[in-house]
Design a protein around this ligand. Sequence first.
Ligand code: PLP
Length: 410
Amino acid sequence: MALVNGQFLKLSESYLFSEIAKKVNSFKVIHPEAKVIRLGIGDVTLPLPAVAIDALHKATDEMATAETFRGYGPEQGYRFLIDAIIKHDYEARGISLDPDEVFVSDGAKSDTGNIGDILSKDNRIAVTDPVYPVYVDTNVMGCRAGERRENGSWSNIVYIPCNAENGFVPELPTIRPDVIYLCLPNNPTGTALKKQELKKWVDYAIDNDILILFDAAYEAYIRENNVPHSIYEIKGAKRVAIEFKSFSKTAGFTGLRCGYTVVPKELKAFNFAGEKVGLNRLWNRRQCTKFNGAPYIVQRAAEALYSPEGRVQIKSMINYYMNNATLLRENLKSIGLSVFGGVNAPYIWIKAPNGLTSWKFFDRLLYERHIVGTPGVGFGPEGEGYLRLTAFGKLEDTKEAIERLTTWII
Ligand code: PLP
């Protein structure tokens, strides 16, 4: 008799975004004529940069002849991409990395979800609350979460509240965890930490033998000075942190799929005998066993993003989305809504007016304004009473959404 992983049965019926899709589909059955503006799921709308398209064509042609055809590539990624990543994303910021510390993948969702494979189920996990749901759900699957409470939180997970009172800046937890997920700039609140603030976390991790899982998927959206683009800008971070990056939001690769994870060789955790073990070797072993590398043509497209033209094209894409963020942020503020984020991140975090719950605000936004947001409570208990809008829409849709919102009597 085959037994299922019972942990899956503890999870709520569907992933947050499937639940939203279901609600939107029901709305469209009743109102087929309505023009729905989707500012909910964080997918991008601009096409791929021209350099990526050119690289894809070229690499595809290489696949057509025996001399240049590529089959299985290195599980860790091709050197041409790894070298470009190190040169532009790290050396340019004064961080040195060896090529075998960078692992190219099919995106940050897979890596942040799979990293638990190399960690014992006995670790106590901490997350900021609200948080990207993948961290919690994958720890439920990996038997680290305990039991689900009525408010949707999990008994063995340490939640670090981020709310209007603390300006959405997480404070060091009172219960010491073994592993902490930090997502900066943050999805969903849009918060970024200054160097001094992030240093507090690195020092805390060093002093307490804690592993930081640092998700920097939105790093390219940082606009303010003194906000670190990599956790390794903080002294000592290589001893305590794994960093996840993605080309999805940086360059519109949500459909193409490419990202990378840095696991420094200095980084160690413990075995049950209390001896230190390098995580780089374990992650390499995991990837070689369960992953066969990102597609060659996709890695060529990612490499092209680092060319001088590629960098200009990415910048203009990010400016486009951040212009949307500024428009949303300023206009929603002007009608008296409490609005956060949108400065170093493409997310706008709105306090639901009149004490509405997240889902009530979501429903009213959908049915009265035909706009799709994401209910804040879907990101954790502290998200209750908030809603997230993304800046990844088309400019004209964002403007129309603003028009609909600013003329709304809530
Ligand atoms: N990490 C965070 C915080 C995200 O918000 C997302 C996507 O929305 C991801 C990772 C997933 O990135 P990828 O598309 O590279 O899997």
